[in-house]
Write a protein that binds this ligand. Structure first.
Ligand SMILES: Nc1ncnc2c1ncn2[C@@H]1O[C@H](COP(=O)(O)OP(=O)(O)O)[C@@H](O)[C@H]1O
Ligand SMILES: [Mg+2]
Length: 278
């Protein structure tokens, strides 16, 4: 059995470490089956990258982890709760424990930068105004956005800044878990690299668990503790980036063995050490 086999338990596995446990998931739209017999378990403190072809069901899978899409069969447990069985009040409480950065930034275009980040805090309806202000400005600062940008509208921001503001909003409620759907897509290499540094810093400081969909191999190799590969309607391989590239599957070969993939792989510190040892 390969160590990339998704059913293989890792040495770190014990039940209270699981933040997300998906079991025998089936997703269907009309006659189209998107996921079948899909299993995936994500432990506390991991940064898991989810990769798969276009239309393979990555975004739908994230939405199912958020309780926004209901699977046709199977269970999705987040923080130990079966999110399709709990009532709306419990789901609402769980929602304060995670943050989501949607694929297209998804800021409210009619709200200022500040109001976008303040919105989840205001929705709690318990925080006084000055606390909302301080927390929103702090989260913006953590995401690398100074107070001078707080009154700007999303339309006046660069792509990299929109992602940062969206991240500040995802972090507004001090979540234990963040979901990022293609966080560096559409960014230039510099903006993308500084976004990666930011995610890494926040992960280290806040002990976040991160689940991210990405096509960007530099981001994937720089951040992932494990890579989950979605192909043939389920997770076919789930292991560290330097192992997953060696897993034999046509999708993996196409995805990683291209020129860019090879370059990102060679830049891994372990690969550089290997070369120095040789
Ligand atoms: N609400 C929906 N109704 C019908 N089909 C959907 C819906 N959401 C997603 N799909 C279909 O499910 C498949 C997976 O979509 P998606 O998760 O967005 O793929 P991707 O891996 O590119 O993120 C696609 O074929 C898409 O058309
Ligand atoms: Mg998608």
């Amino acid at each position: 059995m390969s160590e990339c086999d998704p059913s293989q338990p890792t040495s770190a596995q014990h039940d209270d470490a699981a933040i997300i446990e998906i079991s025998q998931l089936r997703t269907q739209f009309g006659d189209t089956v998107v996921h079948e017999n899909l299993d995936l378990r994500i432990d506390a403190g991991e940064i898991v990258s989810l990769v798969g072809g276009s239309g393979s069901g990555k975004t739908v899978l994230l939405r199912q982890m958020l309780g926004l899409n209901r699977p046709a069969a199977g269970t999705v447990r987040v923080f130990g709760e079966d999110i399709n069985r709990i009532g709306s009040e419990r789901l609402q409480a769980l929602r304060t424990r995670w943050g989501m950065l949607f694929q297209h930034g998804a800021l409210f275009s009619a709200l200022t930068v500040f109001d976008n980040v303040a919105q989840p805090l205001r929705e709690l309806r318990v925080l006084p105004k000055d606390v909302v202000r301080d927390v929103a400005l702090l989260k913006l600062q953590m995401a690398g956005i100074g107070p001078e940008h707080a009154r700007k509208m999303p339309a006046d921001l660069s792509g990299g800044m929109i992602k940062r503001v969206a991240l500040a909003r995802a972090l507004a409620l001090d979540p234990d878990l963040v979901f990022l759907d293609e966080p560096t897509a559409g960014l230039d290499p510099n903006a993308s690299e500084s976004f990666v540094d930011l995610i890494r810093e926040l992960h280290d400081e806040m002990k976040l668990t991160v689940v991210m969909v990405t096509h960007d191999l530099d981001t994937l190799f720089a951040l992932s503790s494990r890579v989950a590969v979605l192909a043939d309607k389920h997770i076919i391989a789930y292991c560290a980036p330097d192992k997953v590239v060696e897993f034999k599957h046509p999708f993996i070969e196409t995805f990683f063995r291209g020129e860019r993939g090879q370059r990102a792989f060679e830049a891994l510190p372990e690969q550089q050490e290997k070369r120095e040892d040789a």
